[in-house]
Design a protein around this ligand. Structure first.
Ligand code: DMJ
Length: 441
């Protein structure tokens, strides 16, 4: 599947950010501005390396050496460029030892730094790589920056300081942490929106899915990546998870554990595909949790994995919808037409893999195999892999996008799920939120 995804991109989309597998041409979205920065190449490198696809890896490296240029007049997402490009380049560097990847990661990081020039030091969501001018998404509450965006820079920026000796990167992310620590949190929860001019929260929405997710993930991973010396990060994670459990995690009528969304004092009983990563996060954080709650968090991870598997199993295609409800007799199914799509996302498979590593319960490989077969059957087209618009339809239409995270994450986690534990052991490597492995420092 990786060969098919890569070869198709190589043939029809080479150098573009992503691929349109039906139209057989390049694709891009606003997160990359109007750039052509080969996002799929950078995102896929470490997966190719791990799978032993060395010719393909060298091909990607040659493109990066000759073509990857960040002096472009493009307004890109700071978060997306950090997790996909800086994370991807750093992982490729650590795995292969090729200096070019480190050099490109540092060049790009320099271009992101102007995004931090705000009254509070909370970065803008977007920055123009050429002019350094930043701004926020028009749709975000009252000009706010997004928790999961400015809160998902820590791992990569700490590595940049470690590799270059330049303290600026470390200082920028530690400043964000200090500012957040001083702020009052409604019910102990972190709202998704924070205004970078005033330093005040926007709307009081909290989510472990989109807009919030990887902020929590990076607190835990900061601690793991520091060889468990960054106890401040661990404590912040533990406190956040305690509030999440109290206010957001519930059981459905039939006993499925789900994580809802908090909206202005009200719990919405809806869970996103993105939220499903949290099963793996709870399992990863079990060891080291306060009191004797390790068993509890491993169990919570298992319950989330089970719920997310149900969201796949209750569809026609055996692929999970973008969001599913637990309301008015509904259990783990999508209601709205615009929540029925599957766009090759990794989160459910990511959780299966973490649960497999921590329990070796064969059901996780079984579930991963079910997902593999479904993706290969319903998302494979002759020009690559495509998302589908309705997982409840036996005759689904395609969205015609091969997302770069399909190669970076979905296929990598599947490969890891069926590999032995000594491939990237979790006591030596920590995966960034785009599944790029970085070593414990
Ligand atoms: C990826 O880019 C990352 O996993 C991110 O944290 C969330 N969204 C996508 C995949 O669904």
């Amino acid at each position: 599947m990786m060969k098919h995804a890569w070869d198709s991109y190589r043939q029809y989309g080479w150098g573009h950010n992503e691929l349109k597998p039906l139209a057989r041409k390049g694709h891009s979205t606003n997160i990359f501005g109007n750039s052509q920065m080969g996002a799929t190449i950078v995102d896929a490198l470490d997966t190719l390396f791990m799978m032993g696809l060395h010719d393909e890896f060298r091909d990607g490296q040659a493109w990066i050496e000759q073509n990857l240029d960040f002096s472009v007049n493009a307004e890109v997402s700071v978060f997306e460029v950090n997790i996909r490009f800086i994370g991807g380049l750093l992982a490729a560097y650590y795995l292969s030892g090729q200096e070019v990847f480190k050099a490109k990661a540092v060049q790009l990081a320099e271009k992101l730094l102007p995004a931090f020039n705000t009254p509070t030091g909370i970065p803008w969501a977007m920055v123009n790589l050429k002019s350094g001018v930043g701004r926020n998404w028009g749709w975000a509450s009252a000009g706010s920056s997004i928790l999961a965006e400015f809160g998902t820079l820590h791992m990569e920026f700490v590595h940049l300081t470690y590799l270059t000796g330049n303290p600026a990167y470390y200082q920028k992310v530690m400043h964000i942490r200090k500012l957040l620590a001083k702020m009052e949190r409604p019910n102990g929860l972190y709202p998704n929106y924070l205004n970078p001019r005033t330093g005040r929260w926007g709307q009081h929405h909290t989510s472990v899915g989109g807009l919030g997710d990887s902020f929590y993930e990076y607190l835990l991973k900061a601690w793991l990546m520091s060889d468990k010396t960054d106890t401040e990060a661990r404590k912040t994670y533990d406190d956040a998870v305690e509030a999440i459990e109290r206010h957001l995690i519930r059981k459905s009528n039939s006993g499925l554990t789900f994580i809802g969304e908090w909206k202005n004092g009200h719990l919405e009983r809806k869970m996103g595909h993105l939220t499903c990563f949290a099963g793996g996060m709870f399992a990863l954080g079990a060891d080291g949790s306060p009191g004797d709650k390790a068993g509890h968090y491993l169990q919570l991870g298992a319950e989330i994995a089970h719920t997310c598997h149900e969201s796949y199993d209750r569809t026609v295609l055996k692929l999970g919808p973008e969001a599913f409800k637990f309301d008015s007799g509904l259990e783990a199914v999508a209601v709205r037409q615009n929540e029925k799509y599957y766009i090759l996302r990794p989160e459910v498979i990511e959780t299966y893999w973490y649960m497999w590593r921590f329990t070796h319960d064969p059901k996780y490989r079984q579930w991963g195999w079910e997902a593999t077969q479904a993706i290969d059957r319903y998302c494979r087209v002759s020009g690559g892999f495509s998302g589908v618009k309705d997982v409840y339809s036996s005759n689904p239409t395609y969205d015609d996008v091969q997302q770069s995270f399909f190669l970076a994450e979905t296929l990598k986690y599947l490969y890891l799920l069926f590999s032995s534990d000594d491939l990237l052991p979790l006591d030596s490597w920590v995966f960034n939120t785009e599944a790029h492995p970085l070593p414990v420092l």
